[in-house]
Design a protein around this ligand. Structure first.
Ligand code: AMP
Ligand code: GLY
Length: 423
């Protein structure tokens, strides 16, 4: 079958890399894609939020499966659009409906869902401009640090963790008066959870589920997790401390109640669910849901799935995930992001990239690249993700770093301490 992947980052290149290997895949398209996807598939110049153009392209290219990478089109309702359009009835769209996507699109909705279905998460309350004073009073009842979250999508910037209560009150006022536009018209204030983070990825057809490999990502720009938040500077899979006991708790207390909750509420959900967790002592709590795969977590999770990815996705759409057994590569995977100097603040694009053809025993996924005048150039803050597999994450990291030494672009930066907190 012909398959289309929506998105343009390292996540989408990784999906393309796995899907193009499948016997079930005839022609692969990526929209809009990057230079990495262009080398193994056909890039289509489409906006991921322009459903009409996507529809026209799906029909013209006889596409039978669409895999949605980023959250935006899901929150905008692309799954509903595909389900409703006559001409798209047979197309297998992998991604939740608009109601399902609200688990990421609204933090307040996600918290209500967790409360409703008894899923462990931090205590919270939510406020709007009308209840600003009550919000300030609520902050007084909590201990520092204070966690303030814009309800809506805020490009990964909507969570603030503040030490001082007065500063938290001021910030609450600013958020409610439009600091993040409509996204912060409602603010969720929650108790701070002190622990270590990990992510669990689930593929669900709305009835059945498969737990995919766990991963841990490194979000801060600086070594030792210092400095500004980024889209992710590296990732490791599996998470060494996610042992059988912890995974059992996560499955019983979080994954099962979540999938059962979707079923009970009759939410159409055929896609990936990314559960951001924090382990406090020995107990797992949900920090957030995302309704898609993570980036750069995908770059370490998918390469460990040995089962044909298209078979898994087809079973997801057909609600037959219970009939498939999934095989996971026992080896560890690591990825290290190479970013443009200055990222996540201002940075330059268009820098020539060299050395990719000298890489051995690692996979270079393109995150932000394009081809200009026959040259491979940077085209984003995050540029390349260098993934390696080996017996353990230390060995895998060594491979990635050895290959990174051969790669170059002007003002290239990366963290040399991915996995530092696992020692
Ligand atoms: P998010 O944008 O929801 O991924 O949140 C960004 C980061 O804020 C998370 O990765 C956590 O490190 C942190 N965070 C969010 N909620 C809490 C919480 N309740 N307690 C401690 N840290 C949190
Ligand atoms: N790496 C975090 C995310 O994809 O949201």
């Amino acid at each position: 079958m012909n398959i289309l992947i929506l998105g343009s980052g390292g996540r989408e290149h990784t999906f393309a890399y796995q899907i193009v290997k499948s016997k079930l895949c005839s022609k692969l398209f990526v929209a809009p894609g990057n230079a990495g996807t262009a080398a193994i598939a056909t890039n289509l110049p489409l906006d991921v939020n322009d459903f009409e153009s996507i529809q026209a392209s799906v029909i013209a290219n006889q596409i039978e499966m669409v895999v949605v990478g980023p959250e935006d089109p899901l929150v905008q309702g692309i799954a509903n659009y595909f389900a409703e359009e006559e001409a798209l009835q047979e197309v297998m769209l992998i991604g939740p409906s608009k109601r399902g996507a609200l688990l990421e699109g609204s933090k307040e909705r996600a918290k209500e869902f967790m409360l409703q279905h008894n899923i462990p998460t931090a205590a919270y309350a939510s406020f709007t401009a009308e209840s600003l004073e009550a919000g300030k009073a609520f902050l007084e009842t909590l201990q520092a640090p204070y966690v303030l979250k814009a309800d809506g999508l805020a490009a990964g910037k909507g969570v603030l963790i503040i030490q001082d209560v007065e500063e938290a009150k001021t910030e609450l006022g600013e958020m409610l008066s439009g600091k993040f536009g409509d996204a912060s018209a409602t603010v969720v204030i929650e108790a701070f959870l002190d622990g270590i983070e990990l992510s669990v990825f689930v593929l669900t057809d709305g009835k059945n589920y498969k737990i995919l490999p766990t991963a841990k990502d490194y979000k801060r720009i600086g070594e030792g997790d210092k400095g500004l938040n980024t889209g992710g500077m590296g990732a490791i899979s599996p998470v060494p401390f996610a042992d059988e006991t912890l995974m059992k708790k996560i499955e019983e207390r979080i994954v099962k109640p979540t999938v059962n909750g979707l079923k009970e509420e009759e939410i159409d959900y055929k896609g990936f669910l990314f559960i951001g967790l924090i382990k406090v002592g020995d107990e797992p709590y949900v920090i957030e849901y995302n309704v898609r795969m993570g980036d750069p977590e995908t770059e370490v999770v998918l390469p460990r799935i040995k089962t044909d990815l298209v078979t898994l996705l087809q079973a997801t759409f057909q609600q037959k995930l219970d009939t498939i057994s999934m095989e996971i590569d026992e080896r560890a995977a690591t990825t290290v992001m190479l970013v443009s100097g200055g990222y996540p603040e201002a940075y330059e694009k268009g820098k020539e990239i060299s050395g990719i053809d000298t890489v051995e025993d690692s996979i270079v996924f393109h995150a932000g690249t394009s081809v200009k005048e026959n040259k491979l150039v940077s085209n984003g803050g995050r540029v390349l993700a260098v993934t390696s597999l080996d017996e353990d994450y230390r060995k895998a990291l060594k491979k990635s770093y050895k290959n990174i030494d051969k790669l170059h672009f002007d003002r290239m930066y990366y963290r040399t301490d991915i996995g530092f907190d696992l020692e």
